[in-house]
Design a protein around this ligand. Structure first.
Ligand code: IVH
Length: 628
């Protein structure tokens, strides 16, 4: 009888450990949550009936556990350091230079992971069993919160319960981040709100508050996750690289921070930053940057640590600040190529030093996926100079009057019926002469990264189009100061300044011009590559798709798009009119255009600087080299 119970308990423990592993590590559960809970309940009952078989590493410790009186202190044999952070690529290069100096050579590679916004914790395993766990505290001593960490379902009580990998070291201290996903945070807040209690402001506070609870059952009821991002004490140490550690921990059932990438050098890291920044809003957890660390452990040793920070790791923080406000209503904006974008009007809120009252909702697919509704309370963020965007809605605090967004049937600018795909998530206006489209094209044309026309903002663009003064980008160049003066009560001085800014924009490079034209898929980088490759717009216009594709970093999609753009009669007309107006002929280019080749690339212009030295000319106008 007793022996049977013991066997049943062991079988259930192994079974539950296996399902935990399948759920948290493999992301491939075999049974429903309900069936899992039944197994767990059976084990709880059996263990209650047979206390003689109690074991600290039973999966039931995750749900049971008596409330603690207070926490003991836990001393960290290897200090839990913080991490220094930078906000610019130049500072990353400086970090890399310091590393090279210390090592006497470049490091063999960097691993990049998201910086998870949670609470740093440590898990001490002895012979594969969780022995202790604690918070960072001041770095040398924190709170011992073993029962609470054991209640975190993604923290295994035993490493590698399925025996899939090598045996763990006798002592292995795993460091990582306890955090809440946005979804768990919402659920926890909804539960608090239902009890009439104060919700947490953000997932990090929610995690910290939860881990401070003396009752581990509370921890179990709020879903906290764990992601490993390093190790402390390890004995014996079989690891040579952090990549190896990540592999080992993954197999052992401790998910490492993800997604992760390995870059051979800092240039590779820097090139990848825009991608990380772009994907960040889609991460299931809050993250305000990335962490970059030397992969090779001997090299880490070689560069060492400052008192508070390691010298082998650095965080790159994205320029983002967030605030919570409400969507009062939603406008539909027409983009350069006719795409319709929902834009939220917000209850004005302070964000990174400015008052924000509008934010992009990107597209209807995102609105649907994130279930953003008119009237919702939302988290808005601002990254650098980019306009703020809505990260997510606080769906847990809905009052009931919020309304789902429905894409419009007709263009808000020209009233023509809109084209839509089957799912009605990509909606666009096909009218080539749509004033909404023209306004978007002009706004982009005037923007900083494009032709950089100071003073030509959205308001003036609207007036110019609505009064029929401008019907293409080329028309801007026939406007004089007296034409502009009556607009928006501008005054003679502002009108002259704007006319001057428009005139000055004629000197922009071919790269800027190509970007400013708003060719689909051609961003600033692709424009630069195309300009460098072809040198003149004529060369670009006569290239076939194959030739376009042979340019540096230009793939088939961009090549096709450029090809289609320059073959379009309307666009050809625009380009000819711009050339006639003298746009993008720098002094040197126009000097050369005497022999009939306008639109110089920056590279050509740079080459021509030699001529400047020889002839003693001074280069005028704005230079891309100087602006970057
Ligand atoms: S590595 C020696 N990797 O950010 C410290 N830390 O602000 C090496 N953090 O204290 C830390 N995500 O708690 C590392 N992927 C990640 C991280 C990460 C979040 C935390 C960590 C650290 C804090 C510094």
């Amino acid at each position: 009888m007793k022996e049977k119970a013991r066997q049943e308990i062991e079988r259930l423990r192994a079974e539950i450990n296996r399902h935990n592993f399948l759920y948290y590590v493999d992301n491939a559960p075999e049974i429903s949550d309900r069936a899992f809970d039944d197994l767990l309940r059976r084990l709880i009952d059996l263990e209650a009936a047979h206390p003689e078989f109690a074991s600290a590493d039973s999966p039931t410790s995750k749900v049971g556990g008596a409330p603690a009186e207070g926490f003991a202190r836990m001393t960290h044999a290897v200090p839990m350091l913080s991490i220094d952070f930078v906000r610019t690529p130049d500072k990353l290069r400086k970090f890399d230079q310091d590393v090279r100096k210390k090592l006497g050579r470049p490091p063999s590679g960097y691993v990049v992971e998201p910086k998870i916004d949670g609470v740093a914790v440590t898990l001490w395993y002895e012979r594969g069993s969780l022995a202790r766990g604690g918070t960072r505290g001041d770095g040398s001593e924190g709170d011992e919160i073993t029962a609470n960490l054991a209640a975190v379902r993604s923290v295994p009580l035993r490493l590698d319960p399925l025996g899939r990998g090598p045996a763990p070291p006798a002592v292995l201290e795993v460091r990582g981040e306890a955090y809440m996903t946005w979804a768990s945070f919402e659920k926890a807040n909804a539960a608090l709100a239902a009890e009439g209690r104060e919700p947490f402001a953000n997932p990090r506070n929610s995690t910290a508050g939860t881990l401070k609870q003396l009752d581990p059952k509370v921890v179990a009821s709020r879903r906290i996750s764990f992601a490993a991002h390093g190790i402390g004490t390890v004995d014996p140490n079989p690891f040579k690289t952090y990549t190896e550690i990540r592999g080992f921990l993954g197999t052992a059932g401790l998910p490492p921070a993800s997604p992760a990438a390995r870059c051979a050098d800092m240039d590779g890291v820097i090139e990848a930053i825009p991608g990380w920044e772009r994907d960040r809003p889609d991460l299931p957890f809050p993250s305000d940057g990335i962490v970059i660390k030397i992969d090779d452990l001997a090299e880490r040793e070689g560069v060492g640590s400052a008192p508070k920070y390691p010298r082998w790791a650095i965080a790159f923080k994205f320029e983002a600040e967030s605030a919570v406000t409400a969507i009062t209503d939603v406008d539909f904006q027409v983009g350069q190529s006719g795409q319709i974008t929902p834009v939220a009007n917000l209850r004005p809120v302070e964000l990174a030093g400015t008052t924000v009252s509008r934010a992009s909702l990107h597209n209807f697919e995102m609105v649907r996926r994130k279930d953003i509704r008119t009237g919702d309370r939302v988290v808005v963020e601002k990254a650098g100079e980019i306009i703020p965007y809505v990260i997510r809605s606080l769906s847990e605090v809905r009052a009931g009057a919020e309304e789902p967004l429905v894409p419009p049937d007709r263009c808000p600018a020209c009233s023509q019926p809109l084209d839509a795909d089957d799912s009605r998530t990509a909606v666009s206006c096909a009218n080539q002469s749509c004033p909404g489209r023209l306004k978007a094209q002009l706004r982009h044309w005037a923007s900083r990264g494009a032709m950089d026309i100071e003073g030509l903002g959205a308001k003036i663009v609207d007036l110019l189009v609505d009064r029929g003064m401008v019907s293409s980008q080329a028309d801007l160049y026939s406007l004089s100061a007296p034409d502009l003066e009556p607009l928006d009560r501008m005054g003679a001085r502002s009108a002259a300044a704007l006319a001057g800014a428009i005139e000055a924009s004629k000197d922009r490079s071919l790269a800027r011009l190509l970007f400013a034209l708003g060719i689909q898929h051609v961003g600033a980088e692709a424009a630069k590559n195309l300009a460098g490759e072809f040198g003149t717009i004529e060369a670009l216009m006569s290239a076939d798709v194959g030739r376009l594709e042979s340019a540096r970093a230009i793939g088939p999609v961009i090549a096709r798009s450029v090809h289609d753009f320059v073959r379009n009669a309307r666009n050809r007309d625009l380009i000819a009119r711009l050339a006639n107006a003298g746009v993008a002929r720098s002094r040197w280019a126009s000097w050369f255009s005497v022999i009939g080749r306008p639109f110089r690339s920056p590279r050509t212009v740079r080459a021509l600087c030699c001529v400047r030295l020889l002839t003693g000319h001074r280069r005028q106008g704005s230079s891309d080299e100087a602006r970057g």
